[in-house]
Design a protein around this ligand. Structure first.
Ligand SMILES: [Zn+2]
Length: 340
């Protein structure tokens, strides 16, 4: 019989948590500092609290950071901008349109600069720093400009120099992933990505394809499992490993707690199923989702993590970063009979 500890070594499953750290750079498509600035400031408070929680409970998490926020000041940011930039038909998709408006440094402009947060993540145990592209680049809003995307990823990798990290994993903004974009990343050693969720309405799509039906289905499916359980498996896709998302952790934003309780209940049931079957449950969200009702959202996250601990103790179901999940899948593949 396999003990809980052995089980965790052999399985490529586990609880994967990924967070997209982007400050204002990820929300210009729908928000401004006036409408969303408080959430961004709240997110800055939530990040250290999440790190404390992860450290206390032994959680490994992946933090996918937008490169534009990883600078000391405006001069350093401007010096690092790629020469070739994407041309989007919708001006709000173009982060570079907002670069001229940034303040001198992080102290004066906490909406755009967040290198201190990245340093704090790098200093904590078991946390992976990954890229969310340099400019929050959208690969499906217009025809992908491959050289511009390659320049973006080169700039994203260079932005990690202050923390001395070479990123291995990527989260594509709006989960807009294409084969060409994956090839650009793999050629630069970034060969792990967060794929879209398991349901039809999760398939990668540009804004034009995001119908009301699709959004409504996604919302309803957060509370009741309309499309089956969001338990997933690592997928080997040539040189690249896909760590598919299971669910977006929908934040509590005030009002009645009952919907949030339904959502958390569904997540816990699916985690339990994944643990019993040695499969994966991959939860993701943005720190800025915790920017309001921060205490309530941290309490809900703590409840999920406490539940993970009970599953870990019972089934040996590990907590893994995206890169760790990919390594475990590669190791499992090489140990299979007939593997090279
Ligand atoms: Zn994003």
């Amino acid at each position: 019989m396999v003990s809980a500890q052995d089980n965790s070594q052999l399985s490529s499953g586990g609880f994967v948590l990924s967070l997209d750290l982007e400050l204002m750079w990820g929300v210009y498509g729908t928000h401004s500092i006036a409408s969303y600035g408080q959430n961004i400031l709240g997110a800055r408070q939530a990040v250290p609290a999440m790190l404390d929680l992860f450290e206390a409970q032994g959680i490994s998490a992946t933090w996918a950071c937008v490169g534009l926020l990883m600078f000391e000041n405006r001069a350093a940011l401007r010096a690092a901008l790629p020469y070739r930039r994407p041309q989007f038909s919708n001006a709000r998709d173009d982060s570079y349109a907002f670069v001229d408006a940034v303040g001198p440094d992080e102290a004066s402009d906490p909406y755009h600069f967040g290198l201190s947060l990245v340093r704090e993540i790098a200093d904590r145990p078991h946390q992976e720093l990954a890229t969310h592209t340099f400019s929050h680049f959208y690969c499906l809003e217009d025809q992908l400009d491959v050289p511009a995307f390659a320049a973006d990823i080169d700039a994203a990798i260079a932005a990690f120099e202050p923390v001395n990290v070479r990123p291995r994993s990527i989260v594509f903004p709006r989960n807009q992933v294409t084969r060409d974009a994956l090839a650009v990343c793999a050629a630069r050693g970034i060969d792990v990505y967060r794929g879209p969720g398991p349901f039809r309405m999760d398939r990668p799509a540009g804004r034009a394809q995001q119908s009301t039906w699709r959004r409504g289905m996604r919302l309803a499916n957060s509370y009741v499992p309309l499309c089956g359980p969001a338990v997933v498996d690592v997928a080997h896709e040539g040189d690249v490993i896909n760590i598919p998302a299971s669910r977006f952790l929908r934040p509590f934003s005030g009002g009645a707690m009952a919907p949030a309780r339904m959502h958390i209940g569904l997540i816990k049931r699916e985690m339990a199923q994944a643990a019993r079957q040695n499969r994966m449950f991959h939860l993701w969200f943005h720190p800025h989702n915790f920017g309001t009702c921060t205490d309530e959202n941290l309490a809900l996250l703590a409840e999920i993590i406490t539940f993970w601990r009970s599953l870990h103790d019972r089934f040996g179901w590990p907590s893994r970063t995206m890169a760790q999940a990919a390594d475990a899948a590669r190791n499992t593949a090489t140990q299979m009979p007939g593997a090279a």
